[in-house]
Design a protein around this ligand. Structure first.
Ligand SMILES: C[S@@+](CC[C@H](N)C(=O)[O-])C[C@H]1O[C@@H](n2cnc3c(N)ncnc32)[C@H](O)[C@@H]1O
Length: 221
C-alpha cells in the first residue's frame, strides 16, 4: 500500500478525451487517495463546518453521502453533529466500503452505482462530495435516482477559478454557474449557492450548492 500515488495519474484520469475510472484499483493501491484523512489544505475542515451548519439549520434527521469512499469524512461529520441524525454512506467501490464498514461500525454503508442504483432505505438529504466529475455523462439519471429517495441534495465540489481550466465535460456543465443554470433549467430549486476560497490553493474554490425538487416545495406549501 502507498499513499504517494497520484490518483489522477494511475487510476482515474482523462486520456484522448476518455475518462478512465478504476476506483476499485485505486482503493486497493492507495490508502488515502483524496487526502481526506491528511487534509493538507484544511479544505476538509471548512467543508465540515459548512455542512454541519447546514445540517443544524435545516434540521436534518437522516443523511446519506454518495461517493463516501472510506467513510472518513462521514465519520467526522457525525462526530460534530447532532447525535439524533442517522448517517449512511454509499460508494461504487467494494474495497472502500469494506474498509469503511470495518472502521466505522456506527454508520451503515452500501455498495452502489448511483448512475443505476438507488439506496433501499430513505434519507432526508443526500450529499455528493467531490464525486460529480465521475457521473457527469449520466448526470440526469443520477439526479433522478437521488431525488427518487431524498428531499434535498447538497453538492460540495472543487471548481477551477478560471473556467477555461475545465478541459473535460463542458457539454454537461461548465463551472459552478453552468451547473446551477442546468439545475434551475431542470426544475430544481437552489437555496444555497456559495463559493469558499481555499487560501492555500489559488486555482480552485470550493462550491457548495444545496437544491431540492420543486415537487418538494409544492408538497410543503
Ligand atoms: C473524489 S472521491 C470523494 C471521496 C469522499 N467523498 C471524500 O471526500 O473523501 C469520489 C468518490 O466517488 C465514488 N464514485 C465514483 N463514481 C461513483 C458512482 N457512479 N456511484 C457511487 N460512487 C461513485 C468513488 O469511488 C470515490 O470514492
Amino acid at each position: 500500500m502507498t499513499d504517494t500515488l497520484e490518483p489522477t495519474k494511475n487510476h482515474v484520469y482523462v486520456k484522448d478525451g476518455t475518462f478512465h475510472r478504476d476506483f476499485e484499483g485505486l482503493y486497493s493501491d492507495v490508502d488515502d487517495p483524496w487526502k481526506t484523512e491528511a487534509d493538507p489544505h484544511g479544505s476538509f475542515s471548512r467543508k465540515k463546518e459548512r455542512l454541519a451548519e447546514a445540517i443544524l439549520v435545516d434540521n436534518v434527521s437522516s443523511y446519506l453521502e454518495i461517493g463516501c469512499g472510506k467513510g472518513i469524512w462521514l465519520d467526522r461529520l457525525k462526530a460534530s453533529s447532532n447525535s439524533n441524525i442517522i448517517f449512511s454512506g454509499a460508494d461504487i467501490s467494494t474495497v472502500a466500503i469494506d474498509a469503511a464498514t470495518q472502521r466505522f461500525p456506527g454508520i451503515s454503508f452500501d455498495v452502489l452505482d448511483i448512475r443505476y442504483d438507488i439506496p433501499r432505505s430513505t434519507h432526508q438529504v443526500a450529499c455528493l462530495d467531490n464525486m460529480l466529475w465521475y457521473v457527469m455523462e449520466d448526470i440526469d439519471a443520477t439526479l433522478r435516482n437521488i431525488f427518487h429517495r431524498v428531499d434535498a441534495c447538497w453538492i460540495v465540489h472543487f471548481f477551477w477559478k478560471d473556467n477555461e481550466q475545465q478541459k473535460y465535460g463542458r457539454d454537461f456543465f461548465h463551472g459552478q454557474d453552468g451547473l446551477t443554470s442546468k439545475l434551475r433549467a431542470d426544475g430544481y430549486d437552489i437555496y444555497r449557492d456559495e463559493r469558499i476560497d481555499l487560501p492555500d490553493d489559488p486555482s480552485f474554490y470550493l462550491g457548495f450548492i444545496c437544491f431540492r425538487t420543486l415537487q418538494v416545495l409544492r408538497k410543503c406549501s
